[in-house]
Design a protein around this ligand. Structure first.
Ligand code: DGY
Length: 319
């Protein structure tokens, strides 16, 4: 018995960050998957704080297993794994890590755009498969400059992608529920959703996943895009009707896609996406750099300690 209050940690944390929590609380470390699935009644009855990842659903039944819980600090900016309304009803503060991963996710997004349009992954597979031989050139791709990038969901990450795309010679348009007042980075112009889908050569999805945005992009949206258009999703898989996307890629109703996220992660070995040549598949690595993950972990620990101490955390999702 330490006499300290208990905190669960089910995210990978460096020793110095763990030590910051241990200085004040008794830490129960768990693996970073769905750790509470098999929790026995009362096992975590005294836990007051929890630092976790997006792999862990935090729903009503999980919250019921943690009756003393006061704070969930998510080691991510997205918190679609958490039923925020249920947590709020129980007086549990939810925290996330906004801001510190914008540049990393924006860089990945630009890479994914270039990869999709210029066929970088396909070209690499071509070389490795020994197909680059005299008389067999890699098929021509298309230019990025002179094309239109359409950003659906112009938030912090979109505002970083837009000027880079503009520097590459792209015109940038965006759609949000409400146009942004004043100048938008990259000279991005507001477009209606329909106009954006119909005119963009590359459609990038940067909308947060909530109950309201599940299936935000479906068959009608792919049908509305140009046949030459590319679809890029660095946000969340469940924003998209994946069957409709697969059908659009298969029938070449759109030219291609680059996905850092899918509905089920890791992508199941029998996913039809794996059979398609016109899609770049990445393993949800938008924020996965040493520096960015460190910054996220530091903010997640700050949030946890601030919230439990009654200070306002930087990344407070609910009040
Ligand atoms: C986030 O922080 O939401 C990233 O997608 C990692 O899950």
């Amino acid at each position: 018995m330490t006499g300290k209050s208990k905190v669960l940690v089910s995210a990978p944390l460096a020793a110095d960050l763990l030590a910051r929590i241990e200085a004040e609380y008794e830490v129960i470390q768990l693996p970073s998957a769905n750790v509470l699935r098999g929790a026995t009644a009362g096992e975590y009855a005294e836990v007051i704080g929890w630092l976790t990842t997006v792999k862990q659903p935090v729903n009503e039944s999980v919250l019921a297993a943690l009756p003393a819980l006061r704070t969930v600090s998510n080691y991510a900016v997205g918190y679609d794994n958490i039923d925020v309304a249920a947590a709020t009803d129980r007086g549990v503060q939810i925290c996330n890590t906004p801001g510190v991963l914008d540049d990393a996710v924006a860089a990945l997004t630009v890479g994914a755009i270039l990869n999709a349009v210029r066929g970088l992954s396909r070209a690499e597979r071509f070389v490795r498969a020994g197909q680059w031989v005299a008389g067999n050139a890699f098929p021509l791709t298309t230019d990025v400059h002179g094309k239109t990038l359409g950003i659906l969901g112009m938030g912090r990450i979109g505002k970083r992608v837009a000027p880079v795309a503009a520097a590459l010679g792209m015109r940038v348009i965006y759609h949000n529920r409400t146009p942004i007042a004043g100048e938008v980075p990259g000279g991005a112009e507001y477009a209606s959703r329909d106009e954006l889908l119909a005119t963009a050569d590359v459609v990038v999805l940067l909308v947060p996943l909530t109950e309201a945005t599940k299936g935000f992009i479906g068959a009608a949206d792919f049908a509305a895009m140009k046949e030459s258009a590319f679809f890029v999703n660095p946000a969340r898989g469940a924003l998209v009707d994946e069957d409709a996307l697969i059908a659009a890629l298969r029938s070449e109703a759109i030219a291609g896609a680059a996905l850092d996220v899918t509905v089920v992660e890791p992508l199941p070995a029998d996913s039809p996406l794996l059979e398609l040549e016109n899609v770049t598949l990445l393993p949800h690595i938008g924020s996965a750099t040493v520096e960015t993950r460190r910054a996220m972990a530091e903010l997640a620990v700050d949030n946890l300690l601030d919230s439990l101490a009654g200070r306002t955390p930087k990344g407070a999702v609910n009040d």
